[in-house]
Design a binder for this molecule. Structure first.
Ligand SMILES: Cc1cc2nc3c(=O)[nH]c(=O)nc-3n(C[C@H](O)[C@H](O)[C@H](O)COP(=O)(O)OP(=O)(O)OC[C@H]3O[C@@H](n4cnc5c(N)ncnc54)[C@H](O)[C@@H]3O)c2cc1C
Ligand code: FES
Ligand code: FES
Length: 481
């Protein structure tokens, strides 16, 4: 077992023998290393002022993504390359092309948000040298600017793409050295602490089971896009925390003829190409989860395991008929995702168990849709969400699975509405009957996101919208590419 957290910070190798589970990367950067270019705005993953790039080895390549340093725990940086705005420079040692484009196009006024925007645009510039408008909008979903306005920033994003220069960028030039340094970092179990506060990084999934058997009350931390807020907003104690975001055996995606299996540690961004390939109808829904930084960190396993009634993947997974594998030192068991959610805050997870993987059946010809309604289009919490999986023989509805979030204490199927659809003609009247029947499925709450009556109306209208789309009477609201 190792007793050091090791990672690369820009071009400096960091080795920490003392760290607490709750230490954030942002505090380390600003308070310990005095790298104050990275800003703190909201401390909850919403504003992007703290955006840094985190690079990690993935199938023998370095993969860099923007993430929010405010809700990233320091211990989870083990084995990574953390890149802050201070590391940016142009080929001549002056401004980086992204920074030069921001200056040229007046992309900054007060400047507080600017390093975060620069880092998100830097991540985009690395991954997509010639982005279109949709790619730029998607990359900037997680960054807020209160004074400049987005048009100059978008212009800067286009201009940076035109300027090019990726081959001369520091992260390209240094790549071999960075990879060699990361490969040299040991992959054994790591434990560090500060006083009683402990952070543990298991060596692999089998070791995770052993760690949880030894520490059944431990907090599992994957992408920390939920747990991070428990610490920054609620000052909760999470020790001992078991970090799993680095476990490559929880990051596998396997496709067999009838099924796609997703490791619990797969992030939204990692799964997005598979959504595009297998469930393109859900792509817009997928890209509305958090902002880009959140999707680069947040995992599908974390979204299911947290048991939230407004998590976005559970309605989709339930509608698609997904199952999940839970593992412990006692072995593995499979359950339907819908059965995992017992009641508010109560899931079917036994002490020592973790979510290992999720399995979605692939049925070629079903009609699928996923909808989310929130106060803002991007980076906002769901008022209500619905996912549809409807099978027909061309004229009759053979099977209907319709699941909702935000309507009950757990994500839940609309059984009465499903019954109103099954065996009925694939026609407007059937969806109108389901729109009426769904009133019997849920007694939603009123809260600051939406009133109960509004949620009931939404639920009914999702059925009408589904029919209008399926019958070609309504164009999809957003482009699907
Ligand atoms: C700004 C912002 C916007 C967001 N927007 C959305 C949104 O639009 N839609 C949405 O659904 N969510 C949203 N979220 C919530 C969050 O991103 C998701 O719930 C995310 O999927 C959680 O995954 P994670 O890996 O970050 O989990 P973590 O925060 O690491 O963990 C979440 C919970 O799951 C447990 N856990 C994690 N992995 C496992 C595992 N393998 N086995 C057992 N337990 C596990 C943890 O112990 C914890 O209880 C947002 C969050 C932020 C900060
Ligand atoms: S400080 Fe706002 S996202 Fe981190
Ligand atoms: S330049 Fe002031 S918040 Fe963006």
């Amino acid at each position: 077992m190792g007793g050091e957290i090791r990672f690369l910070l820009n071009d400096t190798e960091i080795s920490l023998t003392e760290a607490g589970s709750r230490d954030t990367l942002l505090d380390f950067l600003r308070l310990n290393r005095r790298l104050t270019g990275t800003k703190e705005g909201c401390a909850e993953g919403d504003c992007g002022a703290c955006t840094v790039l985190v690079g990690r080895l993935h199938h023998g390549h370095m993969h860099y993504e923007p993430i929010n340093a405010c809700i990233r725990f320091l211990a989870s940086c083990h084995g990574c390359h953390v890149v802050t705005v201070e590391h940016l420079r142009g080929a001549d040692g002056g401004l980086h092309p992204v920074q030069a484009a921001m200056v040229e196009h007046h992309g900054s006024q007060c400047g507080f948000c600017t390093p975060g925007f620069v880092m998100a645009l830097y991540g985009l510039w690395m991954q997509n040298p010639r982005p279109d408008m949709l790619a730029i909008e998607t990359a900037l979903q997680g960054n807020l600017c209160r004074c400049t306005g987005y048009e100059p920033i978008v212009k800067a994003a286009f201009a940076a793409g035109e300027a090019g220069g990726q081959n001369f960028d520091a992260l390209t030039v240094e790549r071999d050295r960075v990879m060699a340094a990361l490969i040299a970092m040991p992959r054994e179990r790591v434990q560090v602490s500060r006083g009683d506060d402990r952070a543990i990084l298991p060596a692999d999934a089998a070791d995770l089971a052993a760690v949880l058997a030894e520490n059944p009350k431990a907090t599992i931390v994957a992408g920390a896009t939920d747990v991070g807020l428990w610490v920054t907003k609620f000052l909760r104690d999470i020790s001992p925390a078991v970090f799993i975001g680095h476990l490559t055996d929880l990051k596998r995606i396997e496709i067999t003829p009838g099924q796609i299996s997703i490791g619990a540690g797969v992030t939204y961004s990692e799964f997005e190409p598979f959504i595009l390939q297998h469930f393109p109808e859900a792509l817009d829904y997928w890209r509305r989860i958090g902002g880009w930084q959140v999707r680069n960190a947040g995992t599908i396993g974390g979204n299911v395991a947290n048991g939230s009634p407004i998590g976005e993947t559970p309605p989709l997974l339930i509608a698609l008929g997904a199952t999940m594998t839970l593992r412990s030192t006692e072995g593995a068991r499979d359950i339907a995702v819908e059965d995992f959610f017992i009641d508010y805050g109560k899931q079917d997870r036994r002490p020592g168990e973790f979510v290992e993987s999720i399995h979605i059946p692939l049925k070629g010809d079903a009609r699928i849709a996923a909808y989310k309604v929130s106060k803002r289009h991007h980076a906002d919490i769901t008022a209500s969400a619905a996912a549809f999986h409807i099978e027909t023989d061309g004229t009759t509805i053979i099977d209907a699975r319709v699941a909702f979030g935000g309507m009950a204490a757990t994500p839940k199927r609309a059984r009465a509405a499903e019954a109103a659809l099954k065996g009925q003609p694939f026609a407007a009247e059937s969806f109108e009957a389901a729109a009426k029947a769904v009133a019997n499925d849920f007694q939603p709450l009123s809260d600051w996101r939406a009133s109960a009556a509004y949620r009931q109306t939404l639920a009914a209208n999702f059925f009408r919208r589904f029919w209008l789309e399926q019958s070609g009477q309504e164009h999809r609201l957003r482009r699907v590419e």
